[in-house]
Design a protein around this ligand. Structure first.
Ligand code: NAD
Length: 488
């Protein structure tokens, strides 16, 4: 036990000293990584920095474990538990990785530069800098898609960043507390306690499920006079929720939501979000104004402005869904740019799983490029050295090494990226989860302790570090013991 604790202490604490890492080396190639999400973090985890300088530029100096964001929104997890500082990810690297907290706002694919600025809240001024790259890993993700629907940006909550989950919790509790204010009219109470979730994709479904759990497990005890009056409506424009899952799993989700008293309105489109209501276009195309206290917008994602601008600079990048990459994840039409994650358009759904496999793949690609480059340098050195060898013995030794180096160089074949789908999993509340797995004949739709534990263990094992696993497991245990946080 003492040995184990000692090892944990060493790994967690002792080995994080950038001062002991190799410094920037101007003779090495520089990889600039834009972003600190799934793709970038997976790359940083796997990359060997011995042969490269690596610079990370991201507006957030951390990685956010997005699948657990709805758990933060309902107070099951504390926000800090699902964050991983990017410097923590790179602390073991041979060469120090420069992590710059900044907004990249332009890429010049011809000059091979990135321009970024630090919009520091503290200094209150913005300074802009441009740096060069040899390789650019473009992993900026996506932003919330509002389709220009009036009022969404102003009045709805999103569920993509940490601040969205925190804002949601405060707004939700504000609705509950205001509904409990003495003398509140019944109509106003009804409005305040009506929560509308827009979007029947995995984000909307998981948030609705978690919200129901919060209601049932905690709010029912703390606000017994109000909890029965809280209503959750899930609005989806398409004929069905979760179109990426099988019919069996969709039916299971819908029937679970029915038992949980979550109203699922399909073929219903949100046309406008007002401060105190939403305008819905019903299946018969009529418009209906529905009063509500809170609207959560989980209507999907779109490319960021920097991505739109970059695509406009590269001939042939016309796919509106994102950056087109070749089978080695190189941005088509550019030299030295790799694009991964939600900013790209591929044949797979843009999920965390895809981005993280792409990041891990690129880490291997860079190792192979480094190996090939060093073998090629040695080959050219030996090719000049061999004819000028001092004696026959040295010439033979050189020729032998040259032959071996050429064979090794031929063996360094950089294979195309291949996505291996490990399955999709979604928590739907009431300790039930649905899983679409490529093994065990496909679909698992089940509830109960086993599924719940499976969901939790799958998410725990996907967390990138022991540190986060410890924090999340601890929060789960504390929530079990003391309930969720209902403070605002
Ligand atoms: P999504 O694009 O999957 O779903 C958004 C939904 O909102 C769509 O079904 C769309 O029809 C609906 N919508 C859009 N505008 C609307 C309107 N005006 N009125 C009513 N409905 C409207 O978005 P998401 O759920 O945020 O997921 C984004 C990506 O992340 C997906 O690739 C998803 O697979 C992935 N993801 C996966 C998980 C998981 O596997 N557990 C969890 C979260 C996200």
């Amino acid at each position: 036990v003492i040995g184990g604790l000692g090892a944990v202490y060493y790994v967690a604490d002792k080995a994080r000293h950038p001062g002991t890492q190799l410094p920037f080396d101007s003779t090495k190639k520089t990889i600039v990584v834009l972003g600190s999400g799934w793709g970038a973090t997976s790359l940083l985890k796997g990359i060997d920095t011995t042969e490269y300088n690596v610079v990370v530029i991201s507006p957030k100096n951390y990685f956010l474990f997005t699948p657990l964001l709805p758990s933060v929104a309902v107070g099951t997890l504390s926000p800090r538990s699902i964050l991983q500082p990017t410097r923590y990810v790179t602390r073991h690297k041979t060469r120090e990785v420069a992590v710059i907290e900044a907004d990249a706002h332009a890429v010049d694919p011809v000059k091979k530069t990135v321009t970024f600025s630090d919009d520091s809240e503290i200094r209150g001024l913005s300074s802009s800098t441009t740096i060069s790259y040899d390789y650019l890993v473009y992993a900026v993700g996506a932003e919330v898609q509002t389709f220009g629907i009036p009022g969404v940006q102003e009045h709805a909550c999103f569920m993509k960043e940490l601040e969205h989950a925190e804002k949601f919790q405060r707004r939700f509790m504000d609705c509950v507390e205001t509904a409990g204010f003495p003398g509140q009219s019944p109509e106003e109470v009804e409005r305040l306690l009506h929560m509308v979730v827009v979007g029947g994709g995995p984000t909307g479904i998981e948030l609705s499920g978690e919200l129901h759990d919060w209601l049932k497990d905690d709010l029912a005890h703390w606000y017994p006079e109000l909890s029965d009056r809280i209503r959750i409506s899930l609005v989806e424009a398409l004929p069905s929720v979760l179109p990426m899952f099988s019919k069996q799993l969709i039916d299971y989700t819908v029937s679970t939501f029915k038992e949980s008293k979550i109203d699922v309105l399909t073929q219903t489109m949100v046309k406008e979000v007002k401060p105190n209501s939403v305008i819905l276009q019903m299946p018969d195309k009529s418009l209906k104004e529905v009063p509500c206290g809170l609207v959560v917008w989980a209507g999907g994602n779109k490319g960021r402005k920097i991505t739109v601008d970059l695509k406009a600079k590269v001939p042939g990048q016309t796919n509106p869904r994102g950056i087109t990459v070749d089978d080695h994840l190189r941005m088509v039409g550019t030299d030295g740019i790799f694009a991964i994650g939600d900013c790209t358009s591929t044949s797979y759904a843009p999920t965390a799983q895809v981005a993280s496999q792409q990041g891990a793949y690129l880490a291997r690609v860079f190792a192979q490029i480094a190996k090939k480059t060093s073998l090629e340098a040695r080959i050219s050195e030996l090719e000049t050295k061999t004819p000028a060898a001092a004696n026959e013995e040295e010439r033979k030794a050189n020729a032998k090494e040259l032959d071996a180096a050429k064979k090794s160089a031929e063996l360094v074949a950089i294979r195309p990226f291949h996505y291996s789908h490990q399955g999709s999993l979604a928590y739907i509340g009431s300790e039930k989860a649905i899983a679409d797995l490529p093994f065990m004949n496909g679909n698992i739709a089940s509830g109960g302790v086993a599924t719940f534990l499976f969901w939790r263990s799958a998410y725990l094992s996907n967390l990138f570090s022991l540190r986060n696993r410890t924090l999340v497991a601890n929060d789960w245990w504390l929530t079990q013991l003391f309930g969720r946080d209902v403070s605002r």
